[in-house]
Unconditional design. Structure first.
Length: 603
């Protein structure tokens, strides 16, 4: 726990140290740390010193971190002692957030004077880039100040909210959840990453700490709603759910969750990293009457939204066009990429004032007749997977660096289970081993988890259009139920392994699962992991923390984890045998059993 006074004093001391190192307006400071009180102190201190934060996600591969450090040329990096070895070599001064405030001499508790204006930088946030090179969005204070002012006025009635700090600071939503809370006088509840990835544990944490507001992408909301349906605790004080990052879907599970929460509001936000949030739609009426795909709403204060045709002319309501954004929401540029900046930040086609620009989103949308905005998808090859925006071109560029790949493209395909998965289509070069497992290992050293394809399809040649371009529509649909393994298939050998393997098949949608198969190599990820944990809890009558799936991601490994909980392998096997026996009963046998029990029961 930390009070505002403690946060202010500690941030001031660190800010004075940063000032002594030359940090001021538009200076960049790297932030490489786990979610913690120290991380919050460091973030506030950077801004108090006048600097701009460059988030360096601890989950990123070293090669990606090295590029970000080199491209941003940060003179200072804030980190924690136990993470020092995870940083790639760099020339920046390193400050440890978990050392004593006065380790390098006493510092003042007084508020520093930074001289920052609304046009100075707030952060440079790196996102996926179509050229294979991550691009740094340079955001000034004006955009977030405008968003916070609107948010506190429109969404924070009747007062400050206790907010869950859910989002990693490498995503722009984190700045909204952190600073709408701190600027509004609310309490920020920090959670460990293991809890963040575990829907049931997340609900328990929110209930325990009285969380009133959360920000999260739809897929995380869906898994949380499913966990609540499965019997997890429901946070009774939750009043606001803010969904963003991907298309919100009002599923039966989401409706059921909202109905269980007393007077909880659901808000749908839209906005790319280059502009932060620019529209809001707050759901009204009975949850059962809400549209399955809600609109993204109307612009927030001082944000400008235009739907234009290919010639830059405004289109009428109901007609699709490309979405352009202007006003106070606009970021400054892409750091160190003037050509890309000129391509995406274009002169305002509808006003005559010099210097006025719009951000060309590449999103398709249309105005509905009630004035709300409807999102229609992407106009290019940029996609969102589990709420994270991904440039397919970046994955393709890295994929083609593999010696065994002659040609390769990546697309996002529906998996038939209500989700989307990345699929890589590869033409082997013959110079090196080129298999799904070998390519997955190669990509995992250079890209984040969300950017690793779930399936790899080997082709003799890529299909082409008459003009010689890759015909993406002609690429064959992969069979997600069949998986290429890096090892020989080992069939489940015990009742417990059989039950776990069967649950994996249900969650992953694959044809067969072996005892030594790896959950993540079969296309699993942390959000699917929450479904798996929920189903395992029903089968084995105990709930494993999600972190144990990461620790033991094979079928035989998970059986071992269950055995530790139950105090022995024999108990787990007995539970599994009983489960299998019940699963194999026919409806007639179940009815006969229940009838016999009723006849033998006392009044």
């Amino acid at each position: 726990r930390m009070t505002y006074a403690e946060l202010n004093a500690r941030a001031n001391r660190l800010a004075h140290r940063l000032r002594s190192l030359g940090i001021g307006p538009d200076s960049l400071v790297g932030m490489f740390g786990e979610r913690s009180l120290e991380l919050m102190v460091g973030l506030v201190a950077i801004l108090k010193a006048g600097g701009a934060c460059v988030p360096l996600d601890i989950a990123y591969p070293k090669e990606r971190l090295a590029f970000m450090l080199e491209d941003s040329r940060v003179p200072v990096v804030l980190t924690q002692r136990h993470l020092l070895d995870s940083l790639p070599p760099h020339a920046a001064e390193t400050i440890l957030l978990d050392e004593s405030d006065d380790a390098h001499g006493p510092r003042s508790d007084e508020n520093p004077s930074s001289g920052v204006t609304a046009d100075n930088l707030l952060f440079v946030l790196y996102t996926s880039g179509s050229t294979g090179r991550p691009k740094g969005v340079a955001m000034p204070h004006r955009s977030l100040t405008n968003l916070i002012t609107w948010h506190l006025r429109e969404l924070d009635a009747p007062g400050p909210a206790r907010t869950l700090q859910y989002t990693a600071i490498s995503f722009d939503v984190s700045f909204q959840e952190i600073f709408t809370t701190l600027c509004g006088g609310g309490a920020l509840v920090l959670i460990e990453d293991d809890v963040r990835k575990d829907a049931a544990a997340l609900l328990r944490c929110m209930a325990e700490y009285g969380v009133e507001r959360i920000f999260m992408p739809f897929i995380a909301l869906q898994h949380m709603a499913e966990a609540a349906e499965a019997g997890a605790a429901v946070p009774s004080k939750l009043k606001d759910i803010v969904a963003g990052g991907e298309q919100l879907q009002v599923t039966p599970a989401v409706v059921a969750l909202i109905r269980r929460l007393d007077s909880c509001r659901l808000h749908n936000h839209y906005g790319p990293t280059e502009t932060h949030v620019v529209t809001n739609y707050s759901m009204e009426g009975q949850p059962g009457d809400w549209p399955t795909l809600p609109p993204v709403g109307r612009p927030v204060s001082n944000a400008q939204i235009f739907i234009l045709d290919p010639r830059g002319r405004a289109v009428p309501a109901g007609v699709p066009g490309e979405l352009y954004i202007g006003g106070d929401a606009l970021s400054r540029a892409y750091a160190n990429q003037p050509e890309l900046t000129a391509e995406r930040y274009v002169p305002h086609p509808l006003v005559s004032e010099p210097g006025e620009r719009l951000y060309r989103t590449g999103d398709l949308a249309r105005y509905l007749h009630d004035g709300n905005l409807e999102f229609l998808g992407r106009a290019d090859h940029q996609v969102k997977i589990r709420g994270v925006r991904i440039e397919l071109g970046e994955i393709e560029t890295v994929l083609q660096q593999h010696e065994g790949v002659r040609d390769g493209v990546v697309v996002a395909r529906e998996d038939g289970r209500g989700g989307r998965r990345l699929v890589a289509y590869v033409v082997p070069s013959g110079r090196q081993e080129c298999t799904g497992p070998s390519l997955r290992r190669f990509l995992s050293e250079k890209l984040t988890e969300h950017m690793i394809p779930s399936a790899f399809v080997m082709l003799d040649a890529l299909p082409l259009t008459p003009s010689g371009k890759v015909n993406r529509r002609a690429l064959p649909a992969p069979d997600f139920s069949r998986v290429e393994r890096a090892h020989a298939f080992v069939a489940p050998r015990t009742a417990a392994e059989e039950v776990v393997a069967e649950i994996w098949k249900q969650v992953l949608g694959v044809e067969r699962v072996g005892a030594t198969d790896n959950f993540f190599e079969l296309g699993g990820h942390s959000l699917l992991g929450t479904q798996l944990i929920s189903k395992l809890a029903r089968a084995f009558r105990t709930e494993l923390p999600l972190r144990q799936l990461f620790r033991s991601p094979t079928v035989e490994g998970l059986v071992g984890e269950l055995a530790q909980v139950w105090g022995g392998r024999e108990v787990v096997e007995e539970i599994a045998a009983t489960y299998l026996e019940v699963e194999r009963l026919t409806a007639a046998e179940i009815a006969e059993t229940l009838q016999g029990q009723n006849e033998g029961a006392s009044a």
